[in-house]
Design a protein around this ligand. Sequence first.
Ligand code: AMP
Length: 279
Amino acid sequence: MKILRTVDDVRSFREGARGSVGLVPTMGALHAGHLSLVARARGENDRTFASIFVNPAQFGPNEDLAAYPRTPESDLRLLESLGVDAVWTPSPADVYPPGFQTFVNVDEVSAPLEGARRPGHFRGVATVVAKLFNVFRPDRAYFGQKDAQQVAVVRRMVADLSFPVDVVVCPIVREADGLALSSRNAYLSSDERRSAPVIFRALEAGRLAFEKGQRDANSLRRLVSEVLATEPLLEEDYVSIADPDTLAERTFAEGPTLLSLAARVGRTRLIDNVLLGGT
Ligand code: AMP
């Protein structure tokens, strides 16, 4: 596996890559969720590239950029064992050269939910993903449904700016008790870790009610909130019933609908979601 540092390194490696190229962008601290994206990319492409970059532009001033888990050696070992051909591990200056001032804003899709709580987050995401697409020129890029709004932002950007990339969205990988894998789960104390699966139980309660015919979005939101409230260590941030493409809140859960939520467990903020009535 080739380890690439500069934009020029990536460009020249890309030149020599024959056949289709799949790209898996990550921030490292890899877990089975990331690895499911890599495995899918490997299965669908002649060459598989990954990136590991804790992107400062998508962290707010009071967020966990400095504390974000970093496990570079084991990340590289895992990627190599899965047959990744090359990984880009840039420094911030490789991605944002001196004088950098060009950003991608995906206006409406970035505005609600995570975007409202994390101002500038999706500007950072869209900008770095645009840069990754320009540098790697992948045929396919792999993202997790775990970050549902990120998926909507990237899809909108790809359509609006005509990137010649297929965005492939992979299902959420969960622990046995339902907790969605996340690099941030490493922050949880053992008590917090025991509380966190209530997130999945709340989403499941919403999904079950939907499957039994409940379509009123307020009733579904309330039901999910009530389940979250049973766990004292957890504090709800939002529960949303929205259009999965535009993230506009729905009155009725008709057609494909995204049930998503964010909650704090101690100092750790977790997000999760389930698609209702869709694929
Ligand atoms: P991150 O390193 O957090 O930026 O995540 C890199 C990619 O892995 C993103 O596309 C995430 O949506 C995806 N991902 C993170 N957690 C999971 C999970 N539990 N299941 C599936 N994909 C995931």
